[in-house]
Design a binder for this molecule. Structure first.
Ligand SMILES: NC(=O)c1ccc[n+]([C@@H]2O[C@H](COP(=O)([O-])OP(=O)(O)OC[C@H]3O[C@@H](n4cnc5c(N)ncnc54)[C@H](OP(=O)(O)O)[C@@H]3O)[C@@H](O)[C@H]2O)c1
Length: 241
């Protein structure tokens, strides 16, 4: 590790795409602050990542974070400041998909309002809390990547899974608003759809591996070339909102 080492923070890092984002950033030499709401699950994931990548305790750091907690986000900001870590990349990956066809709550006419509220609290307001709390830790040139979904695309909207779809549409709106708000600070904000990925959330039938799912997210966070701000990406290309 050198004073030039760049620092990224990843939410929902203990499994699925989040864990793979950590792996790819570590392989590119980044310091990674891996945030998980469950410390035990986080510790297991960190051990595996350290073994796979050779990262030491300075390069890969585990922190507790529930993205529904403003208190957690604020203490993370204080901790980053105390460590002297400037955050070059914030990756808002944590998310939930609470509706299920099997449970019958994938119908927008049936879905419980509490399910919609819980989904928004994690998927849309979680990234908002993180940006509000951590933007002060980000230098000029910093990058924020919001892990969204094609299910939130207004141009390709379906008629089911209302809570998840609306939460990702709101996340896309947050992306554009923050991209404009942070333009003068030269902090880019982009959204990314990882595609349909084999994780607990995506299921075993999904078409993509976690490595494929994480690729564009890591590219948006870590590309050496300057990238535009305020876009929605899949497979390293802009897609419609
Ligand atoms: N898989 C797909 O096909 C797909 C497609 C499009 C978009 N995405 C998006 O990609 C992101 C990652 O999904 P995934 O497929 O990797 O899902 P996953 O395997 O279910 O992992 C979700 C991660 O988010 C964490 N999380 C959920 N709520 C949280 C909270 N309140 N605070 C902190 N962490 C929380 C989970 O932690 P716990 O282990 O503690 O639950 C877990 O680490 C999500 O935003 C998802 O919407 C996925």
């Amino acid at each position: 590790m050198t004073s030039q080492t760049q620092t990224a923070l990843v939410t929902g890092a203990n499994r699925g795409i989040g864990k793979e984002i950590c792996r790819q950033l570590l392989q590119q030499g980044w310091r990674v602050v891996a945030c998980t709401r469950n410390q035990q699950a986080g510790a297991v994931a960190i051990d595996e990542l350290r073994e796979d990548t050779g990262a030491d305790a300075q390069q890969l750091i585990l922190r507790r974070l529930d993205v529904t907690s403003a208190t957690d986000a604020a203490s993370l900001s204080r901790w980053l400041h105390d460590c002297g870590f400037a955050l070059q990349a914030l990756i808002n990956n944590a998310g939930v998909f609470l509706e299920s066809a099997a449970a019958g709550n994938d119908d927008p006419l049936q879905v419980e309002i509490t399910t919609v509220l819980q989904t928004f609290n994690s998927n849309s307001l979680g990234p908002l809390r993180m940006i509000q709390a951590l933007v002060g830790n980000m230098p000029s040139g910093g990058r924020i990547v919001n892990v969204s979904s094609g299910m939130g695309q207004l141009s390709d909207m379906g008629d089911n899974y209302l809570a998840y779809r609306m939460s990702k549409t709101a996340l896309n709106a947050l992306t554009v608003i923050m991209a404009r708000r942070l333009q003068e600070q030269h902090i880019s904000v982009n959204a990314c759809c990882p595609g349909w990925v084999q994780t607990d959330l995506g299921g075993a039938d999904a078409e993509r591996t976690v490595a494929q799912g994480a690729d564009t997210i890591v590219w948006l966070a870590a590309a050496k070339e300057a990238l535009a701000t305020g876009g929605f990406y899949r497979d390293r290309k802009r897609i419609d909102w």
